[in-house]
Design a protein around this ligand. Sequence first.
Ligand code: NAD
Length: 493
Amino acid sequence: MTVAATRNGTDVSVPASLLIGGDWTAAGDGAEFETHDPATGSPLGVVAEAGQSDVDAAVGAARAAFEDPAWRTMPPAARARLLWRVADLIEQHADEIAELETRDQGQPIGIAKGLNVPLAAEMFRYYAGWCTKIEGSVSAVSIPNTMHYTRREPIGVCALITPWNLPFAIAAWKLAPALACGNTVVLKPAEQTPLTTVFLARLCLEAGMPPGVVNCLTGGPATGKALTEHSGVDKVSFTGSTQVGKLIVAAAAGNLKRLSLELGGKAPSIVARDADIDAAVAGNLQGALLNSGQVCAAYTRFYVDERRVDEFTEKIAAAAAGIPVGPGLNPETVMGPLVSQEQVDRVAHYVRLGVEQGAELVTGGQRPGGDLAGGYFFQPTVFARVSDDMVIAREEIFGPVLSILSYSDPEELTARANDTEYGLAACVWTRDLTTAHNLAATIRAGSVYVNMLPFLDPAAPWGGFGASGWGREMSSTAIDEFTETKGVWINLA
Ligand code: NAD
């Protein structure tokens, strides 16, 4: 069957969207839910809502595939070829996937085509290379006549639970290393944006993955909860909110599942006195408003030297006010809608709080009217004269809201940047190497960017300190996260 195809550019209903043991099926109890087009608020399609019996079946299929020699003993080079084929298929279907992502998630088509889909293909290529390089080592034990060596072995059945902001790329950056290490998986996309993950599962089958190696369950929080509590799941790799991350820690305790958690962020961006202000304005604007600010690494609180803060505020507010906002499918659009009405309400709530607490609303703060009134749009919003204790400077908004603070003494910067429960990303704008390296060393964040946007690359570890999560994805660290280490002792006497 064709799954998640954009037939005639409109029909994306996939009621049989559960992939279990190589077969596409509807939910056991027939439950379904709608996914919406954020640009119009209209229903876009219907997908299955997996219940407990579907979760049991998918976990069972993943277990059977894990134990099946067809996968268990597949030579690493053959696994590598499968992953490479998935990358090729992503590229062959790139336009179709990008359009589907834009229609389901709202992001500008340029982001879908230029970032999201190519990054996913690169993840599969990068981890295809790793399949033949997952090695143990010989340990220098001191026991006479004894040899000890280590093996890296797959963990088993992995539940991969993803959020709605970059659904296709995030599914790929979990799936590719999980498969490279020889695990089997149950993918669970966010209920707001299920369509491209279903498409990815279809490409895995088409590439020749044995049945049951990749399973996919569409559904909401209850489906995710059933997976994280399931005793047949050995590992959960989760990207989403810190709040749900904490629930998953508790749910995983039953059989002490391995966990990787990529959670929220509240990235500081420091603009030093010597910074190139025009570059900082352009970079911070993009770093803040990419995907309408629905990026965990989005730059959200700006600490600007007090001698440059007026210039910075004026320029960034003018640039923000001029950003073309519109439907993601319009190639002119730079900022698309938010993903849902719930997200619009959340952003509006924070804007109200910002005003109430005395921040200066310089631009934005409203939903646009006219042609955009029906969709989940929100204007790019800039607050000035924000102080460290205001809610908009502390909590993750996950929307197009920038908070500008100022500083007088560079010595205070590290403490202020670190005054947060999060620690995912941070940015420094300066021409001075000493400032750059000192702040990079003292800010508690998984990634510190100097004079640049919050880029991602398969070769660079990704994850956070504190409430931003546990573990690191991408790079060789994902290989560690998706394997167990086994020690083998040999008596040579
Ligand atoms: P969310 O936590 O509400 O949902 C994420 C996923 O978890 C969805 O698939 C959802 O169905 C599922 N889920 C919900 N309740 C669950 C439960 N009790 N048990 C198991 N699964 C459950 O997050 P969201 O609103 O989709 O995404 C936004 C959040 O994701 C933001 O906080 C953002 O910072 C974070 N995020 C982090 C990264 C990163 O790399 N650190 C990347 C993207 C997004």
